[in-house]
Ligand binder design. Sequence first.
Ligand SMILES: NC(=O)c1ccc[n+]([C@@H]2O[C@H](COP(=O)([O-])OP(=O)(O)OC[C@H]3O[C@@H](n4cnc5c(N)ncnc54)[C@H](O)[C@@H]3O)[C@@H](O)[C@H]2O)c1
Ligand SMILES: [Zn+2]
Length: 359
Amino acid sequence: MKILITGGAGFIGSHIVDACAAQGFEVTCVDSLDAAVHPRKPDYLRSDVAYSFADLREWQPESSVEDVEAIVHLAALGGVTRASREPANVIDANCRGTARLVEWASRLRNLKCVIVAGSFSVYGSNYEYACPSCGMASNGARYESDLANGRYEVYCRGCNMESQIVPITESASPSPLETYGASKYMQELCFRGFSRAPVTILRFSSVYGDRLRLDDGEATIIARLAGWLQSGKQPRLYEDGRQMRDWVYVGDIVAAVLSILNGASAPSIVNVCSGVPTRLTEACHAIAAAYGVSVVPKIVGGYRPGDMRHCLGDPTTLRKLLGRDPVRFKDGAALAFGPNSRHFLQGSESCAEFSSLTA
Ligand SMILES: NC(=O)c1ccc[n+]([C@@H]2O[C@H](COP(=O)([O-])OP(=O)(O)OC[C@H]3O[C@@H](n4cnc5c(N)ncnc54)[C@H](O)[C@@H]3O)[C@@H](O)[C@H]2O)c1
Ligand SMILES: [Zn+2]
């Protein structure tokens, strides 16, 4: 099979490229090698893959890719912080870049399948909570007065008991809260009405694994925690450190993509998450154990207005696609942060502006 992978030089894309090459697929990658992401050419680029180092905004497709049968579209500038710093560039790269890809792809005669990297950021804070005591449903809103008193959970509006997060499903309405999430939603929308081939949007929760860039100024929480622990620094956690997140192992993304490329039928949107909540403190312990260090996080209390208490996805559809459960963080941490994993530390203090959850 002949495949075009955009963003194939990035963290997730490079794993998909490796897996596709191992399957004997003929792979071409388009990647701008964005300087903020790649201060230098990554050393994992492959000699058996054709790379076109171009930005999708200016890419002139070679005639050799006109017979591709599948497109895996991962190219995007990431990071909430970066998107707030350079919104025009992020919107332009992600949306116009995708629109150009769609325009070109709509003319391809052999195209059988398109897979698009979506993101949980499109859900914004559209999480539901349910009270285990009285059953009342609520959103994740928290009162300033509760937070100021160290009551960090989401409390039931009916009986004031602690409410529990309901894993978010693909049917939740997108409601991005910031520019990056909005650009990811626009990438999805660019494929509305695309009729040349079926399109599957894989909405990733936060991803971890080998080649994750740690502590690079745009780092996700998991990368930031790992960056600190790897260098022996004590993570500083807001609130009580018991916030829950749902991290997905990069190997599960690869497995989902391969499953679709190999002909599995998939709905148009699939949440790619673990479905297993992990508290920040638990994550610190699992990562520290993988690195063989005994650093424990410091709970600094306080809170940041607007932070979501918990995030959790429902992986029921993914489970069908994989034919198994997704990897749980406590198992994946050993794979991702164990002695054989490779991570990239780029700078150390530059991430100070990245605010969420860690102090
Ligand atoms: N990493 C996560 O936790 C996560 C979570 C949800 C969704 N995603 C999505 O998954 C995809 C891959 O993310 P990643 O973590 O591997 O990011 P990454 O930054 O490591 O890789 C993205 C790659 O795309 C390239 N790129 C960016 N804009 C481009 C453009 N206009 N034209 C050509 N190439 C371009 C970059 O050079 C980079 O190599 C992205 O679409 C991202 O939005 C990632
Ligand atoms: Zn209640």
